[in-house]
Design a protein around this ligand. Structure first.
Ligand code: ZN
Ligand code: FE
Length: 255
């Protein structure tokens, strides 16, 4: 059985830890810092770190890889088209890998960075800085059209998929979602829930794709009310969902 838990890093990153309780082997996703992982391994003797999965090249996702590789010789997976330290396996769209006895599909999700990939196994999505709870990553390298297509691909996965993204941005994302859709009861409910969770210091992840489709404005660019808000912002007719997406992303950048 696989157990998935978050190891907090820096101020708002999560390093996802996958534990195979039968073999006592584990894997981590996006260890931007080696310290939380090494502390966990030290506190849990007998566990072996066998795999390191990387979604994209930003330092807060790869900063701990080199030292973890040295300490554990875990196999490092990462996108083929980005520079990833100590990478053993270079991955492209639709590749399949087996980690802790489970098969994961690789999904290319350009936008935040051009080579960004996500890892999907039935029920679990590790999507780095592409899809966030109630938001999405900034466009550092890609175009709005690319990111919109990437998010649409993720949104097409089964609704009960658990979304394991890399940052605790949910509360600020929901404040933006409420500005986009002030009448959406699901957004307002979630904003209240997440406000309480953050006041109590509780993690707001994982999310589910069903919840994202109801509350994440970046997955709701086809909704008339969302389009109207985007049109108000740009003063133009955003006639296609990727134009609505571009307007929302630009608005969020200065929100
Ligand atoms: Zn990033
Ligand atoms: Fe990040």
């Amino acid at each position: 059985m696989i157990q998935i838990t978050a190891l907090p890093a820096f101020t708002d990153n999560y390093i996802w830890l996958l534990q195979d309780t039968d073999s006592r082997r584990c894997a981590v996703v996006d260890p931007g810092d080696c310290a939380p992982v090494q502390a966990w391994l030290a506190a849990n003797p007998g566990w072996v770190l066998s795999d390191i999965l990387i979604t994209h090249h930003h330092h807060d996702h790869v900063g701990g890889v080199q030292l973890l590789k040295k300490a554990t010789d875990a196999k490092v997976y990462g996108p083929a088209s980005e520079t990833i330290p100590a990478r053993d396996v270079a991955l492209r769209d639709n590749d399949r890998i087996t980690v802790l006895g489970h098969e994961f599909a690789v999904i290319a999700v350009p936008g935040h960075t051009l080579g960004h990939i996500a890892y999907y196994h039935r029920g679990w999505l590790f999507c780095g800085d592409t899809l966030f709870a109630a938001g999405c990553g900034r466009l550092f390298e890609g175009t709005p059209g690319q990111m919109h297509a990437s998010l649409s691909r993720l949104a097409a996965l089964p609704g009960d998929t658990q979304v394991y993204c890399t940052h605790e941005y949910t509360l600020s994302n929901l404040r933006f979602a409420a500005a986009v859709e002030p009448q959406n009861p699901d957004v307002l409910d979630r904003l209240a829930t997440v406000t309480g969770q953050r006041e109590a210091g509780i993690i707001t992840l994982p999310s589910t794709l069903d919840l994202e489709k109801r509350t994440n404005p970046f997955l709701r660019t086809g909704e008339t009310s969302v389009k109207q808000k985007a049109d108000e912002r740009t003063g133009t007719d955003n006639s296609k969902p990727d134009m609505v997406f571009a307007a929302l992303r630009a608005w969020k950048d200065t929100f």
